[in-house]
Design a protein around this ligand. Structure first.
Ligand SMILES: [Zn+2]
Length: 233
């Protein structure tokens, strides 16, 4: 998602976000939300998704709070900053009002923003998928996986590599969760890829990627790997 896309540009703080980028983000987020709601991973109004629009300063579009994720429209998004707080248009044009966007971001927007900042992700997905909830409860120090073909789908080896999906304890303060995420995040190194997922115990899972499609693949693969881990336990 590039801020250089055609369309009117609007200055939000020091960042520039254009209508085309916001519109495309809203359309993609609504479609992805419907997919996960249909899978039963977003019961009630649970879960949220985000797309990174600009990186310096960080601006992300995140799904709005309190809505059924199977029924979102392209305008059910909020533009937020690196703390997950809503951003107003410094240029004097209220793009949120002009485009009819929502104003109340998901309570979990702060962790989406932290993950985007720390990992460089272009998109993030948070759902309440059951294997993640169960695995986080069973293995609070992290879920160890090895020798599974699907590990290749999250950037790791199918043979001989120990991969740990990190687990943090649930908390209602996104700054605490963000600090805990940074503590357990396995950053990419010369010889190893990152682990693009985080379990929040007794709550759900976050997964991310370069774009929404890759974030979806990382989420689906991690949830499937966790199902296998639980079935073997
Ligand atoms: Zn949640």
């Amino acid at each position: 998602m590039s801020a250089a896309a055609a369309g009117p540009a609007h200055v939000f703080g020091a960042g520039v976000v254009d209508e085309a980028a916001l519109g495309a983000a809203g359309t993609a987020l609504a479609a992805e939300s419907a997919r996960f709601a249909a899978r039963g991973w977003m019961p009630g109004t649970a879960g949220n998704l985000s797309v990174t629009l600009t990186r310096d300063p960080l601006r992300i579009a995140v799904t709005a709070s309190g809505l059924d994720k199977g029924e979102l429209t392209a305008t059910d998004i909020v533009l937020v900053d690196e703390r997950g707080d809503g951003v107003t248009d410094a240029a004097g044009t209220d793009l949120t009002r002009t485009l009819g966007l929502a104003t109340r971001p998901s309570a979990e927007a702060g962790l989406h923003a932290r993950i985007a900042a720390v990992t460089g992700a272009g998109a993030g997905i948070h759902v309440h998928a059951l294997a993640a909830v169960r695995a986080g409860h069973r293995w609070p120090a992290g879920v160890e996986l090895r020798d599974l073909e699907m590990l290749k789908g999250i950037g790791h080896s199918a043979h001989g590599e120990r991969v740990v999906i990190p687990v943090v304890q649930n908390h209602q303060d996104m700054r605490v969760l963000g600090d805990d995420f940074e503590r357990v995040y396995r950053r990419p190194a010369d010889s190893t890829a990152e682990v693009p997922a985080l379990i929040v115990a007794d709550h759900g899972i976050y997964a991310w990627g370069a774009d929404l499609r890759q974030a979806r693949w990382h989420l689906e693969l991690t949830e499937a790997l966790l199902q296998i881990a639980l079935s073997r336990a």
